[in-house]
Design a protein around this ligand. Sequence first.
Ligand SMILES: [Zn+2]
Length: 103
Amino acid sequence: MLPCDLIRNSFSAYQANRCSLETKKIIDEHLEKCEECREAYQAWVVSSQKKEEQNYRDLMNLSQKLKTDRRKKIMKWTAICLAIISVLVFIILMISGVQIRRG
Ligand SMILES: [Zn+2]
């Protein structure tokens, strides 16, 4: 029987089916016989699922944040454009007002 350390280090590959059939068989047999590793594996599965859920949540938060940032940026630039346009309109009105008064 392989040492427990080796088995526990292979959980990730074992769960993702990234190990050879032979390795999988060895781990299966070990888990069948070794209660400690079986418990360790179940705990590992639970914690890896939690980690995955957390990663997913983080990803969703990030995309939400990016969306909000993009919206903020668009609003900022819209405000800047509107400000520039109103300044231009004001200048044009001033110039044309001066010209009307002169003419
Ligand atoms: Zn073991």
